[in-house]
Design a protein around this ligand. Structure first.
Ligand code: ADP
Ligand code: G6P
Length: 484
């Protein structure tokens, strides 16, 4: 039976080995892993990626345990060593591609060693994929860590169907052209038969770069490349809507003993501070997420509208991410300082304006936070999609709550019933926070219903189904052309 092979840098679970050699696994954080997990669960395929444990920590015994943990989830490991992680992952992926594709040119480092390692690691992935792929299989490659992989697999295995999806923005040609390896990157991507992006804008930017840098013929959304026709399209990624909705419904039925510590604290807050509105933000601690801007805008709001002192609270959950990259360390320091400054300036004996958590939390606690918050404040300065916005919507089973969303996210293209803001405009954010907390229930309901309609229709299952169907059609059309 033909299978779908998902390939991404990170597997949906991260294996960890403690000092006494105990192996544990926890779910990976980030839109790619959380979104694709349900697609993988419903397929009979395999998922290829890095387990989370580097080669240097793998004794024979530990490797067996790691493989057992991931094989249970139908995953297969690509082995990476410390040098790969330093140069391919922390280096080229996260110090070159990530900042460049998110328009942070000033953070982008072009380093020959990073590039060479990126090529080598993409080859390591290719070896594992080629060993697993059989005639008729579909290979679905994900994200910026593996941009060269489609061509490497296509070269060895021209008859296999290859799809590629980019989970981050594709930048405009004027940004992309600055990139020394621009030609190699595009040629790597063009090994795929179908290339998918979250939005039409990213698709357009990609096609424009292909036309100008590779001088290829582009006809609407099809690229002629040698004897192949490659299709490019936009597929806005959705979430496992029912999972979030059902978890929220279940959450409402919890008895006192079943409640988490966080939920008990939130309940206590409702009792003791009746009328205090909760504003929520959840992100990986990443400079693309606009976290300092959000805190400054919240500070500006408290200054501009002092009547809200003791009447509002920002709950900020930031998940540790890529902490070996200097910009992430600086961001952590800046965030700590800003939270300290705002809390120091505005706190009273009975009220702290910002509750800040720097950690990962289990799924149940995310649901506690989503369902207990009056407003979600999502302010990235650049974000390919932003699934947190969609998760907040899915958990609002009482059709209340307000989503304040940056217009720089892919999600904003679909969610025009949210209150859209420019994340650089503090005045606008402050006024929008006021509008959100004062919004009448009927307006909340009207907007939330429209948002829920959209997010429930375009779930992650639908997204994956459309991508795979489109890939099948590309292959079929190609076969028809060859037969004719
Ligand atoms: P990105 O992919 O850039 O991290 P997204 O908003 O698209 O941003 O996806 C983030 C994903 O990570 C969401 O599915 C969210 O539920 C999950 N997530 C965020 N914070 C946590 C956390 N503290 N613990 C567990 N999962 C989290
Ligand atoms: C974003 C990227 C993913 C990545 C995730 C977490 O969602 O698009 O490719 O896996 O962030 O980042 P990390 O570097 O921890 O894998």
């Amino acid at each position: 039976m033909n299978k779908t092979i998902i390939v991404s840098n990170r597997l949906p679970l991260q294996v960890q080995v403690n000092e006494s050699g105990k192996v544990t696994a926890k779910p990976s954080v980030g839109g790619l892993a959380t979104g694709m997990k349900s697609v993988h669960r419903d397929s009979n395929g395999i998922w290829i990626g890095w387990s989370g444990v580097k080669d240097e920590d793998l004794t024979l015994e530990i490797e067996t345990k790691v493989n057992q943990a991931i094989e249970k989830e139908q995953c297969i490991a690509v082995k990476l060593n410390e040098n790969d992680l330093d140069n391919y992952y922390y280096g080229f992926s996260n110090r070159t591609l990530w900042p460049l594709f998110h328009y942070f040119l000033e953070y982008t480092e072009f380093d020959k060693g990073y590039w060479e390692s990126y090529v080598e690691v993409n080859k390591k992935f290719a070896e594992v994929v080629i060993a697993q792929a059989e005639e008729g299989d579909t290979i679905w490659i994900h994200d910026y860590q593996l941009l060269l992989l489609p061509a490497m697999v296509k070269e060895k295995n021209p008859n296999v169907s290859i799809g590629f999806f980019l989970h981050i923005p594709f930048p405009s040609y004027e940004i992309f052209r600055t990139f020394p390896a621009r030609k190699e990157i595009l040629e790597g991507m063009l090994g795929a038969d179908l290339l998918g992006f979250h939005t039409y804008d990213y698709e357009r930017h990609f096609l424009s770069s292909v036309k100008r840098i590779l001088s290829l013929e582009v006809n609407f959304n099809e690229i002629s490349y040698g004897n192949r026709i490659i299709k490019v399209d936009s597929f806005p990624m959705g979430i496992d809507y029912d999972k979030f909705k059902n978890a929220a419904l279940q959450h409402q039925k919890q008895t006192e003993v079943e409640k988490s510590e966080i939920q008990k604290r939130l309940d206590q807050h409702l009792k003791e501070e009746a009328g205090v509105k909760m504003i929520l933000s959840i992100d990986r601690l990443d400079y693309t997420k606009g976290i300092p801007n959000r805190i400054r805008a919240f500070e500006f709001f408290l200054k501009k509208y002092p009547q809200f002192k003791e009447k509002i609270r920002l709950i900020m959950l930031a998940v540790p991410s890529r902490s070996e990259v200097p910009q992430y360390q600086l961001l952590k320091k800046e965030t700590d300082e800003l939270v300290g400054r705002v809390n120091g300036e505005f706190s009273t004996v009975s009220w702290t304006p910002i509750w800040y958590f720097y950690r990962t939390m289990p799924f149940e606690n995310l649901i506690d936070l989503y369902t207990s918050s009056d407003v979600a404040l999502i302010t990235p300065v650049r974000d390919g999609m932003n699934l947190v916005a969609k998760e907040y919507i899915a958990t609002r089973t009482k059709e209340d709550g307000v989503l304040v969303l940056s217009e720089m996210t892919g999600a904003s293209k679909e969610l025009d019933d949210a209150l859209l803001i420019n994340p650089y405009n503090f005045g606008e954010i402050a006024n929008t926070i006021k509008q959100a907390v004062e919004m009448p229930k009927e307006e909340q309901k009207r907007r939330m219903k429209a948002l829920q309609k959209r997010v429930s229709r375009y779930s992650v299952e639908k997204w994956a189904g459309e991508f795979i169907n489109s890939l099948k059609n590309v292959k079929q059309n190609l076969a028809d052309v060859i037969d004719a």
